[in-house]
Design a protein. Sequence first.
Lengths: 435, 257
Amino acid sequence: MAVKTGSVERLVGSYHAWAANGASRAPVWLKELRAGGIARFGELGFPNMKQEAWRFTSVAPIAEGTFALAHPPARLPSLVEIQPFLLGDSGHRLVFVNGFYQRSLSTAVADTLRVQSLADALAEDPDAIRAHLCRYAATQDRPFCALNTAFVGEGAFVHIPAKVSLADPIQLLFIVTDENVVMHPRNLVVLEREARASIVETYASLHHARYWTNTVTEVVAGDAARIDYHRVQRESPRAYHVAATETHQGRDSTVNLHTVAFGAALARHDLGSVMAGPGGTLILNGLYLLAGEQHADHHTTIDHAADHCASHEYFNGVLDEKSRGVFTGRIIVRPGAQKTDSKQTNNNLLLSADAHADSQPQLEIYADDVKCTHGSTVGPLDPRALFYLRSRGVGEDAARRLLTYGFAAEILGRMEVAPLRAQLDAIVRGRLAGQ
Amino acid sequence: MAKSKVVLEVKGLRVAVAGNEILKGVDLTIRDGEVHAIMGPNGSGKSTLAQVLAGHPAYTVLAGAAKYEGKDLLDLKPEERARAGVFLAFQYPVEIRGITNSYFLRSALNALRRERGEPELDPIDFLQFLEQKLQAIGWDDAMMNRPVNEGFSGGEKKRNEILQLAVLEPRLAILDETDSGLDIDALKTVAETVNTLRSPDRAFLIVTHYQRLLNYITPDVVHVLADGRIVKSGGPELAQELEARGYDWLRDGVMVS
């Protein structure tokens, strides 16, 4: 489908209006970043299905839709209204509504440990941001990332100093209340050496509105740091969700990146992981649970740039009705990244004859002493497993639900934050009971 | 001595899979408390008999009948058979991703308890119940929090089948080549557990290719199945004879019963 150039021009136009107005007080380096972002987006335009990275996903509904740059909400949701998306009151929490930081709903901190809005952090300590911002999320051939960079300003900034370990998860909650708007949240999470933290980044809406989220998160794990990063996409079923999560790992660091996609009419999530120092460990653990005409595309790239790193990637898709799941798992093992241990699996469960899954592993191995395995499956429930359960007294419908639940539970079971696991488990059970 | 009640009565059972007739008229009567062994060469139909009694949908019954507790067994869905007290220990237990053994067992047990009009067990009550069962058979709970059969060794899978038997307490337990793939120590463990589960109100149908399992579980009756028919039945000594002489002497239309 051809994309009207008008929509690109409109977005470029809205950038210039925004840059000249509210964003004009930014430091020069930031203005240059933004200008570079919009210039690149202008050159690239929206992707099309002739491009390898977009073979199975058309962004025409986004490119042809009209979305106004979001405004702060006219009415702020109450704490009660956002409670279903939170995990209790312990730990730091940043809440954004229509992309704008809401101090009254948040519990920020800004001393040696920083959990605050990116806008506040840019005002107080721009150099801490400058060292990392836009260093990991490449914009060269990624128009949505370039567009997000053009609008960098709102989002979360988390900085955990060396050797600091946080017990409670930090919650970053992005809530949308308005119709026909676009938001470009930008998050930066930096763990210094030997720091440890757990983060839950959630996208949700209070109404079944139509809107577009275009978000980018950069996560830096310093030497021997450990981060458990959880990403929960519960957007409105009419929403468009485009996202990039980029992690960059130092020596002997651990990144456990969990992602679940329940919402959005159309979702595209790029997950890029660079293992830059030797001895790193990465777990990429993802679930997409889709129905109706939902389309979710996960595009993962694990870059083994150093030796003795291990990456384990597990993505399960549960696809009902006319939904479609796309998974691309690219693994690059650079020359010299010896003793790499990489394992990738993508299993897709088709609950309907009209559901569809595309699964494509892409292995690029330039070192010789490595262990790389991958496997993917696409198919209906295993009739042998169904009979096994029935032979134990479980009725046919209950057996189907149990097997389907197991597909999701396998992914949720790897998450260590118990209240989050319980929250997601309840969503999965609710979805299966409604089917 | 008055004979105990008949649990299973199979008459003239003919069964096909994918258009091939596998069972060509099987007759079999099992009473409460009895242990029957079915032996026979590969391809004789032993596993088909086990699976068809459990209700595997791939098999078509061409003729004959199977009555369980006097009711038509073949008319029941697999889950209805299980709830009525029929249990099949699978030759190839199936892996179930994402579901822990403990959760699976509780789901199965509660399905049975609902059928019997008993209250369902919550996770805490179930764990207590399970602990008792595990203690009774002398096993630990190492397998309980792992996904069902996933990454289990061959021996662990078979042990897991027997654990399910212990938890679900069936009236008719069918063991389909539970001994295949087991080393001698695992075989002994499984056999000892089966022996502790023998009771006057539980019957066993043990399908096996080898006689060695019957060194540890003494059957009341041994049947030889060849080419889809039971060609000989006898006492435990028949198993010894088969071990010594093989199956060939029973083939080629030799019918002794």
